[in-house]
Design a protein around this ligand. Structure first.
Ligand SMILES: Cc1cc2nc3c(=O)[nH]c(=O)nc-3n(C[C@H](O)[C@H](O)[C@H](O)COP(=O)(O)OP(=O)(O)OC[C@H]3O[C@@H](n4cnc5c(N)ncnc54)[C@H](O)[C@@H]3O)c2cc1C
Length: 415
């Protein structure tokens, strides 16, 4: 069965895909967003990931535009914290995402998993999606991959890489969860929490390979958020590995709850309020595009003439094999540019990448992957797709200064 053709088709409604779809529609393109789950938000909702990592370089807010609009809408609904590492409520995020799509004219198809791509001579003509209605096919002029895993690019035949250069291992997965019924006035500080954690590990009561406790506040005082579990050696594009990771993630979460109740003041009556509907996948495929961002580009805060988004987050690599997290920081107050060429995969002409699988090394990916940056990349991809349709050109050939001025007009801070 065929679905009505559209001009821009976005697959995947996470932070990157959502921003891409909204931007494409606002820039005049007839836009369809397809998403495998029954709600939008990707890792921000399905992965229960929190908080937003920084979108500031010193005093300068470097990610603005659609990202700031999402923050404002969450704030208006009482679902957004304060500061540069800001927590938000993921249920509200789902609602905000629906509203933004509806108001900007994005057509949304939920419960739709990408299952095939028709390509000839490097141009995608249609994609197949599968759901309760069976297989359906949809044609478009420009396609945007917002799947986080580069599923669309991979199925179209674009060259992709996975993991670190050494052995292909990716960052570990994490099942995020929240614990309620906490007495916040009695919760010890970070150093004491980590001491208790080390002792329980030494006693053999905790088997999570993570080196310390990774706890964040939530939007409610009696609820604490944990990015705590760690599952290594799992490939986010393997069904078998994802299954193992989900089950192991839950096992680690319940083991950790026992530790909290027994050892940590304020958690005596704690319960798991919710865990992510899916395991959090930090890293899977990355496309090879017209430019590959490197660790040096990030840490040396390099600038590019074709900047379409900016970042200031650290290189942050959770160990792919066990304990430890490598963090390399930018000079305080500095930021790097993300070039448009990282969004255009080699070999496929009418495809753009929105979100974490842009063309970058394992190390650079560990910085660009955070949600605010993925939203900025998504806004750029959606705007570029709409301009490509309008100007009857392929995204790779788009006039970049025209794209940059459209992005600036719509709130992006390109420096
Ligand atoms: C455990 C963990 C902790 C993290 N911590 C933080 C943090 O503290 N702060 C921060 O800012 N960032 C953090 N991140 C990073 C951030 O959450 C992600 O990198 C970011 O959400 C990526 O956005 P995205 O839009 O590229 O992909 P995703 O968020 O993964 O969204 C992809 C979307 O595509 C859909 N999809 C996938 N495949 C298909 C398909 N075949 N067909 C149809 N739909 C499909 C998915 O359902 C999903 O909605 C963390 C990530 C993880 C996993």
């Amino acid at each position: 069965m065929n679905i009505e053709p559209c001009e821009v088709l976005v697959v995947g409604g996470g932070p990157g895909g959502l921003a891409a779809a909204v931007a494409a529609a606002r820039n005049g393109a007839d836009t369809l967003l397809v998403e495998r789950y029954g709600f939008l938000g990707g890792m921000a909702t399905a992965g229960l990931v929190n908080p937003y990592m920084t979108y500031w370089a010193g005093e300068e807010q470097i990610v603005n535009g659609i990202h700031q609009e999402i923050c404002d809408r969450l704030t208006a609904l009482g679902a957004y914290g304060k500061g540069s590492r800001t927590t938000f409520d993921s249920e509200t995020y789902k609602f905000v995402a629906d509203r933004m799509c509806e108001e900007s004219g994005v057509k949304v198809m939920l419960h739709s998993l990408l299952s095939d791509v028709a390509v000839s001579d490097g141009v995608i003509s249609s994609v197949e999606i599968v759901g309760k209605s069976g297989k359906q096919s949809v044609k478009a002029e420009v396609f945007i991959d917002g799947t986080g895993d580069a599923d669309l690019a991979f199925m179209a035949g674009a060259t992709c890489e996975k993991g670190r250069a050494l052995d292909g291992l990716t960052q570990p997965m994490t099942l995020s969860f929240r614990v309620c019924n906490v007495d916040p006035s009695r919760v010890p500080g970070r150093a004491e929490r980590n001491e208790l954690y080390d002792k329980a590990k030494a006693d053999g009561r905790l088997s999570c390979p993570r080196e310390n406790v990774l706890m964040f506040l939530s939007t409610r005082p009696d609820v604490m958020h944990f990015n705590q579990t760690r599952i290594t050696g799992a490939d986010g594009t393997s069904t078998i590995d994802l299954t193992r990771a989900e089950i192991e993630g839950r096992r680690q979460a319940w083991e950790f709850l026992e530790f909290l109740r027994r050892d940590v003041p304020g958690f005596e009556n704690a319960e798991i309020q919710v865990s992510g509907p899916q395991i959090g996948v930090r890293e899977s495929r990355r496309v090879i595009g017209d430019y590959i961002m490197t660790e040096e580009d990030v840490l040396e805060a390099r600038k590019f003439p074709d900047v379409i988004a900016r970042g200031s987050y650290d290189v942050d690599i959770h160990s792919p094999t066990g304990a430890g997290t490598v963090i390399k920081r930018l000079e305080p107050g500095t930021s790097y540019d993300i070039p448009y060429r990282c969004l255009t995969p080699l070999g496929i002409d009418n495809l753009l990448i929105a979100g974490r699988p842009i063309s970058a090394t394992h190390e650079a990916h560990s910085s660009v992957r955070i949600m605010p940056i993925c939203i900025a990349i998504g806004q750029a991809a959606g705007t570029a797709a709409a301009l490509s349709v309008k100007e009857r050109t392929m995204p790779r050939k788009l006039d970049v200064p025209t794209l940059q001025s459209a992005l600036r007009e719509q709130g992006a801070n390109l420096g």
